[in-house]
Ligand binder design. Structure first.
Ligand code: 13P
Ligand code: SF4
Length: 355
């Protein structure tokens, strides 16, 4: 009889502190002018995630790039005519851009911008986990390395994970899911699929506290609760809306409530305030009694991106993303499947673009 040893996630202990770029008005304006000139000269397009600084998000819009969730970053970068894509986010986002666009140069302001989900899932351990369950369809979250995606049948982002797994479940497939155990558990409950889960987690979202949200809700009974599905099940259970970053921004704009309790990285407030200027936006508590978070409600790796290092990479050509062709050629199938599924099923989750 084969022994089915379930390999749990690699513990992620070396989480850096959150260090935000500090700029005065003159330096900010000078850097923006320099970056715009460099981007134009190099035919570059900036793709920024909602968790990066307001400066980077504004610059992406001003230069015709986009600010969005990871699904739309992949789609927008793929459709863009630019020769260079600059990805302000974390490494899996830069790698996804390169996997989809091998002919384009892909740069990142900070190459050490990791993600605890990606770090929790080394490709060798993941391959052993897959080998133990050869009968299962392998579905991985976007927050993984190119080598992990190369082993997968499908890649999904948070905005499309439920419809993809629902579709696979209806085809009679059993799922091997990695790396986020909370998102995996949410998808399992939403679809009823047979899933086994890698045990990774996001250092930011795992710290949101159900008790703190309940207390805030008692103070603001009129509030709707918005939760990113990387959060624990007891937090998700309190949500009026569970969704990707773009879906949560759309909820603030579209729902009638005047107040929102938001359980995701607080970088998202930049676009939420623009989307719904008159509404009260409250950060869901991630601290409180027994708080253990190093990076309460803000991703330390996203915070590594700034205008200074963006100017530096454009001037020096540093931090270019390279992926061995054998890995890229395998990984692209898992991403293409998701993009084709999104196009065929009409999943339209648009970020904000400067076009
Ligand atoms: P989204 O695809 O919802 O933007 O999520 C990416 C991410 O890393 C959230 O922590
Ligand atoms: Fe990864 Fe969490 Fe940071 Fe998103 S917020 S990039 S999931 S560590």
């Amino acid at each position: 009889m084969t022994e089915h040893r379930v390999i749990t996630a690699r513990p992620v202990t070396d989480v850096p502190p959150v260090v935000e770029e500090q700029l005065d008005a003159a330096e900010r304006a000078g850097l923006k002018t320099r970056i715009k000139r460099l981007m134009q000269a190099q035919d570059a397009c900036l793709l920024a995630h909602y968790y990066t600084s307001g400066d980077l998000q504004d610059l992406a819009i001003e230069t015709g790039g986009c600010v969005s969730d990871s699904l739309e970053m992949a789609r927008f970068g793929h459709a863009a005519a630019a020769k260079t894509l600059v990805v302000a986010g974390v490494r899996f986002m830069g790698e996804t851009a390169k996997i989809l666009n091998p002919e384009k140069r892909v740069l990142m302001p900070e190459i050490k911008a990791e993600c605890s989900l990606d770090l929790s899932c080394p490709a060798d351990d993941f391959a052993k986990f897959c080998d133990q369950h050869p009968e299962r369809t392998v579905v991985v979250y976007a927050n993984t390395s190119a080598a992990v995606k190369a082993r997968a049948d499908w890649m999904v982002t948070s905005s499309i994970a439920v419809p993809v797994v629902k579709y696979l479940h209806e085809q009679g497939k059993k799922i091997l899911w990695a790396p986020d155990r909370f998102l995996g558990d949410y998808v399992q409950k939403a679809t009823g699929a047979d899933m086994i889960l890698w045990q990774g987690s996001c250092v930011v979202h795992e710290k949101f506290k159900a008790e703190g949200i309940r207390a805030l809700k008692r103070e603001h009974p009129e509030a709707a609760v918005l939760v990113h599905p990387e959060s624990p099940a007891e937090v998700i259970a309190l949500a009026n809306v569970v969704g990707s970053t773009t879906q949560l921004i759309n909820a603030v704009r579209d729902l009638p409530q005047p107040t929102f309790i938001v359980a995701t990285d607080n970088g998202i407030f930049h676009k939420m305030r623009e989307a719904a200027p008159g509404k009260l936006l409250l950060e869901a508590p991630s601290g409180g009694r027994g708080a253990t978070c190093v990076s309460c409600a803000h991703c330390p790796w996203m915070a590594m991106n700034g205008l200074r290092n963006l100017a530096h990479v454009l001037e020096s050509g540093a931090n270019e993303i390279h992926i061995p062709e054998d890995i890229r050629a395998k990984a692209v199938h898992a991403i293409d499947r998701m993009l084709d599924f999104a196009a065929a099923s009409g999943v339209t989750v648009r970020g904000t673009s400067g076009d």
